[in-house]
Ligand binder design. Structure first.
Ligand SMILES: Nc1ncnc2c1ncn2[C@@H]1O[C@H](COP(=O)(O)OP(=O)(O)OP(=O)(O)O)[C@@H](O)[C@H]1O
Ligand SMILES: [Mg+2]
Ligand SMILES: [Zn+2]
Length: 355
């Protein structure tokens, strides 16, 4: 089984981070104060679907201990085998029409076969069409007492406020670097994968807060139970941090020619201009955080980079220049195809104009 699936948390206790959400959901079960409509919102790969499934299991299990589904009652066993008919997962990306919601409404009327609640988990709910949302709203206005909805989304802006306001909303957050690294270490131990600290750091940083991404990168990079750093570089489109440091140093000191030369060398080495800008923005942002308060770097970076920034960079920089440079680079449209090597050079030129 591929690792992200194998390590999907099955109990509230196994969920990494998201502590407020997990605590409140557990309390609502232990105090039997369930709502019928929930909305889970947050970035990809942070546990929305996993927590929705755990919650759905927990509200139906007949002998919860410590709000842990027992895994032995008939309902738990059926859920575990994937044969439980009353937890229904719908992918709104492929069932986005009004007919799909009407079907759902018909189906929702029927009481659950086994447990207390029939649970609908609608993933990527922001993808529903506007007429589908209208039908969903009708269901929400008078929900059947036996149903419970969990809507999951990465993009709450696209959900009509009339829907949002009827739901109990939980926000999921990006996992911190240390949470990710700790989980990766655990998985490596379980899977007997040999990995070193720098590799854990690279993967954690590349995952950018998504536990799923972190675990899938680990999966892709481990061969014969070993993680090869070269493979990580290939998979992640590794960028030598030294280019980033040199590029940023030249910009901060307004050494126009040096910046253009580093950019050129980086292109020669097979790099991509947009990537250089993106990584430079990340690096300047770290410097900015480090300047504000060194503890702000804890969740964002590994120890060695933190140390380098705090000891070698912060003492010699002028924060106003850092801010200006950061703002300037962030304004470059790196997601646009129009931004290429020339645009980057022009941007360097602009930045280094006499202020
Ligand atoms: N908070 C977490 N704790 C432990 N593992 C997690 C967590 N979040 C994600 N994972 C890992 O990532 C995988 C995917 O998580 P999940 O499907 O719950 O994410 P999601 O928030 O629903 O993402 P998406 O928005 O892309 O649907 C899980 O199977 C698990 O391996
Ligand atoms: Mg999901
Ligand atoms: Zn049970």
């Amino acid at each position: 089984m591929i690792l992200p699936l194998k390590y999907r948390p099955k109990t509230f206790q196994a969920v990494v981070g998201q502590s407020t959400t997990v605590t409140v959901l557990q309390k609502s079960i232990s105090q039997s104060r369930l709502s019928q409509l929930y909305l889970f919102h947050g970035p990809k790969g942070t546990g929305k679907t996993s927590v929705a499934r755990i919650f759905a299991n927990a509200v139906n299990c007949v002998s919860l201990t410590d709000i842990k589904p027992c895994r032995t009652c008939e309902i738990c066993i059926k859920i575990f085998e994937g044969k439980y008919p009353d937890i229904i997962e719908i992918d709104a990306a492929s069932n986005r029409g009004v007919e799909d919601m009407q079907k759902l409404k018909e189906n929702a009327r029927i009481v659950p076969l086994f447990g207390q609640r029939k649970v609908y988990i609608i993933d990527e709910v922001h993808q529903l069409s506007s007429t589908a949302f209208d039908s969903l709203l009708k269901i929400f206005e008078e929900p059947y007492p036996h149903i419970l909805f969990i809507l999951c989304t990465t993009d709450i802006q696209k959900i009509p406020p009339t829907i949002v306001s009827r739901c109990v909303r939980f926000d999921f957050f990006r996992l911190t670097l240390s949470e990710i690294i700790e989980r990766l270490e655990y998985i490596c131990k379980e899977e007997k994968i040999v990995i070193n600290d720098p590799s854990l750091g690279y993967i954690g940083q590349a995952a950018d807060g998504s536990m799923r991404d972190a675990i899938s990168i680990l999966d892709q990079c481990s061969i014969d139970n070993k993680v090869d750093e070269q493979i990580i570089r290939d998979v992640l489109g590794y960028i030598d941090i030294n280019y980033v440091i040199q590029f940023c140093a030249s910009l901060l000191t307004r050494k126009e020619k040096d910046a253009i030369i580093v950019h050129g060398q980086y292109l020669q080495a097979g790099g991509d201009s947009k990537r250089l800008i993106k990584e430079s923005v990340k690096f300047l942002h770290l410097i900015y955080l480090g300047y504000l308060d060194s503890s702000l770097l804890d969740d964002e970076t590994t120890k060695d980079i933190k140390q380098m920034i705090m000891e070698n960079v912060i003492p010699i920089i002028d924060i106003e220049t850092v801010k200006k440079t950061l703002i300037h680079l962030s304004n470059l449209k790196i997601y646009s195809w129009e931004t290429g090597p020339i645009e980057v050079d022009v941007s360097v030129a602009q930045l280094c104009e006499k202020e």
